[in-house]
Design a protein around this ligand. Structure first.
Ligand code: ADP
Length: 313
């Protein structure tokens, strides 16, 4: 009750599948803006939804980092609704930047954004949190240009003792192959694949691997990167959801030169890093820490300073 009175709720900012988001401010300091995310617990009551909300709370409160959305407080209102008071991020998200054809951005801008995303994911993994839904729409932009990872509804600590990690996670286009094959014991590598998909999308300005169904998505990954086989991914055929692909339909792992014409704009060293995030075998995929240590970061162009990044009109 005390917490609820600390904030004044303003106009509605938007609505997602399981939440309505309002603008708000601190009662004692009207210039301190916040976003109040009201989780729809009553509407379509499911244990799962309530659990998602509680997870979002638990993880966000522990993760304090410039590239992760800050959670100021949590309170419940009249009808058991859960309200999250979040940092106000007024400049939209990376999806908006990618899609807005009036916005132009350079390789230095992509490098700055990828650095912010990489640091956010590295910090999650250092703290045993998997985000599990990294996509341009969950990368929000702060007033100072900082990109912040948001929407921790699906986040799950990989320290949690129970094994049955549900594999229906991550928006299809950003989902790694091990999840389509029903891997139960997945790791931080799932987020790294999603980071790679965002990297590719920033370069191409269109989603890189946009499947229309789960089966189609596996086919697209297979065409783009290569067909998962015991040769390139030992153990893949033992995964519970693995579907063998006929020999005559298999695509060999694509060499780097196949990607060069598609990703010419970012240059060969950036492509090298991109491909390290898109390895089929999660054990061969680069870690978030390795991502930040790649030689690309030492090369020109330097990442754009956050205050000079492009913004929407
Ligand atoms: P979705 O996942 O569909 O974007 P959300 O419930 O996370 O759904 O958010 C709904 C909308 O509310 C977003 O599209 C965005 O416009 C707005 N929004 C969400 N979080 C914030 C925030 N921290 N600051 C400002 N606006 C936000």
């Amino acid at each position: 009750d005390e917490l609820r009175q600390k904030y004044v709720k303003g106009k509605k900012l938007g609505e997602g599948t399981y939440a309505i988001v309002y603008k708000g401010h601190l009662r004692d300091s009207p210039s301190t803006l916040v976003a109040i995310k009201k989780i729809k617990v009553n509407v379509d009551y499911k244990d799962g939804l309530a659990m998602d909300a509680i997870r979002e709370v638990k993880f966000l409160q522990e993760l304090s980092h410039p590239n992760i959305i800050a959670l100021h407080s949590v309170y419940s209102s009249k009808n058991q609704n859960l309200n999250l008071v979040l940092e106000f991020l007024p400049l939209g998200d990376l999806e908006g930047m990618i899609k807005d054809t009036s916005v132009q951005y350079s390789n230095a801008d992509i490098k700055a954004w990828m650095g912010m995303i990489g640091r956010a994911v590295w910090w999650c993994h250092e703290n045993f949190v998997l985000h599990r839904d990294i996509k341009p729409n969950n990368l929000l932009i702060a007033g100072d240009g900082e990109v912040k990872l948001a929407d921790f509804g699906l986040a799950r600590s990989f320290q949690e003792p129970y094994l049955n990690m549900t594999h229906v996670v991550i928006t299809r286009w950003y989902r790694p192959p091990e999840l389509f094959f029903g891997a139960r014991h997945y790791s931080g590598a799932v987020d790294v694949w999603s980071v790679g998909c965002v990297f590719a999308e920033l370069a191409l300005r269109t989603p890189y691997m946009a499947g229309e169904t789960d089966i189609h998505q596996v086919e697209i990954i297979s065409q783009a990167i290569g067909t998962p086989t015991e040769d390139n991914w030992p153990g893949v055929s033992k995964l519970p959801g693995y579907v063998p692909i006929a020999k005559d339909k298999q695509v060999p792992l694509r060499p780097k030169r196949d990607f060069e014409p598609i990703f010419r704009s970012i240059g060969p060293v950036a492509l090298d890093l991109l491909l390290a995030t898109l390895r089929l075998d999660p054990r061969k995929r680069i870690s978030a820490k390795g991502f930040l240590q790649h030689e690309w970061w030492q090369m020109d162009p330097r990442p754009t300073k956050k205050e000079n990044l492009p913004r929407k009109g």
